[in-house]
Design a protein around this ligand. Structure first.
Ligand code: CTP
Length: 456
């Protein structure tokens, strides 16, 4: 017997459940006899650029359930699911608030589409803003990455760039003119005073000094990689942050991308069996005069890009490697144009490669006893990857887009939610993992310095 009931469906995040949500569900239910409500997963919200949601999915589902309007609650976790749901559940009416008017007209070929007037004056975004004090951030360093950071902060709620600092007057002035943000080049204390948090994007050799000063002044710190050149200093800085009760985060942006988290979960959930080997490679051929390709003391392939290649290894195999072997190919002045680090774990192997002046296939391959994960370049900006098996015809393809060009806003959003204590996502890049990478960096620096001394 066919189902004669008029079936309605609606979707939303329903974060910080409010009156607008209640009134929408009430009217959606009144459109028919049976209401299905799709609640978005965190992963899906992250992919579509909805950052900083406060309530976990179970709370959001519970709040929808408590209204009593939903006959059925489902989760929405991917693009294209709406068409699948409409067909699967035999939906007659698809409805959303009027802020979406026109956006879902393409569903009219499957069912009726109704946009209900939105309740004015309230939204989850406004409620989230009201809960959080705005974090005033200052940028240290005014180069390319600082400009990108400045632009990306505008996409994250709860943060505002209030000033910048660069001891080089010309560069400071250019930044100020370009972004209309006060940029100082003399009084560092005054700069710190007007901020709650700083983003350190200065030359590598100055990172740890700035981090120490900012933490000592009680500021939260997000620092570009590599934060330090030594293990002891990394330990000291994380200890200092803990003592001062502030957040310290190393900015390896891949760690904060939803797609990268998905790679890690697929590697850990048994799909490819037991993971035995990881190979990660990142290379970039840049301008020969750029810092990456010419500063033989504090830059070069490994210091610039090695953190990306080490990240999946440290995330999946942990901090306790038994041994490592570091080998480099050197260019002029003894800068490493290519570095390969082999990690030896108990019955597991891994290789991290970095190139600045050498080009290679920048891929991530995670090999297991049942299959392997292949994430092609640019895997560090994870948007898709494959799981492959012995049978070459069997390929599971995963897609996980993110908004923005370089994913920086996910790192910033994580920083803000940690500062506000709503993150609970410490697992994305822990202090221990960052300290482990500093230990490898220290060993690399020692080897490179010895080599440079020997050619002098
Ligand atoms: N909605 C509404 N009136 C409001 C807010 C939301 O009718 N004042 C509707 C939306 O149009 C949507 C549903 O409630 O159909 C779920 O919306 P959701 O995106 O979860 O809520 P918002 O408050 O719009 O969230 P955000 O500010 O994060 O976009």
């Amino acid at each position: 017997m066919s189902d004669k009931r008029k079936k309605v469906i609606t979707y939303g995040s329903f974060d910080l459940f409010h009156e607008g949500h209640y009134r929408l569900l009430e009217r959606a239910k009144a459109l028919g006899d049976h209401l299905t409500v799709g609640v978005t997963t965190e992963h899906y919200d992250l992919m579509r650029g909805k950052l900083n949601l406060v309530d976990p999915i179970m709370t959001r589902i519970e709040n929808v359930r408590k209204t009593g309007f939903a006959d059925e609650i489902i989760v929405e976790d991917h693009e294209g699911q709406k068409i699948e749901d409409i067909q699967r559940y035999g939906i007659d009416i698809f409805t959303l608030g009027s802020d979406w008017t026109g956006r879902f007209d393409y569903l009219k070929q499957y069912c009726e589409v109704v946009y209900l007037p939105r309740t004015s004056g309230i939204s989850s975004t406004a409620l989230r803003k009201a809960r959080e004090a705005i974090v005033r951030i200052g940028i240290i360093g005014t180069g390319r990455i600082a400009t990108r950071f400045f632009k990306e902060t505008s996409f994250v709620s709860g943060i505002e760039t209030v000033s910048a600092y660069n001891p080089e007057v010309e560069s400071a002035q250019a930044f100020e003119a370009m972004h209309q943000v006060r940029t100082r080049s003399d009084d560092f204390d005054a700069f710190l005073e007007e901020t709650d948090a700083v983003y350190v994007a200065s030359p590598n050799e100055t990172h740890s000094g700035y981090v120490r000063l900012a933490l000592s002044a009680g500021k939260h710190v997000l620092c570009e990689k590599p934060m330090t050149f030594t293990h002891a200093e990394a330990v000291e800085l994380y200890d200092l942050a803990r003592e001062r009760g502030v957040i310290l985060m190393e900015g390896i942006r891949t760690a904060y991308l939803p797609g990268f988290s998905q790679i890690l979960s697929v590697a850990q959930n048994g799909t490819i069996g037991e993971v035995c080997d990881i190979e990660a490679c990142f290379t970039r051929l840049g301008d020969p005069d750029s810092r990456e390709m010419s500063d033989a003391r504090y830059s070069g392939a490994f210091l610039e890009y090695g953190s990306y290649s080490m990240l999946p290894i440290i995330k999946l195999f942990g901090k306790d490697y038994e041994d490592i072997r570091i080998e480099s190919v050197y260019g002029k002045n003894g800068i490493d144009i290519f570095t390969k680090v082999t990690f030896y774990y108990q019955n597991k192997l891994a290789t991290a490669k970095a190139g600045a002046g050498v080009k290679s296939e920048g891929q991530l391959v995670i090999s297991g006893t049942k299959g392997y994960i292949l994430a092609k370049s640019p895997w560090w900006l994870t948007r898709e990857f494959d799981v492959r098996y012995e049978d070459p015809n069997q390929i599971d393809h995963y897609e996980s887009s993110f908004s923005g060009q370089d994913g920086l806003r996910y790192e910033i959003a994580e920083f803000v939610s940690k500062i506000n204590g709503t993150g609970g996502n410490d697992y994305k890049l822990t202090a221990g993992e960052s300290i482990t990478m500093a230990r490898v960096v220290e060993q690399f620096m020692r080897i490179r310095q010895e080599m440079q001394r020997s050619i002098r």
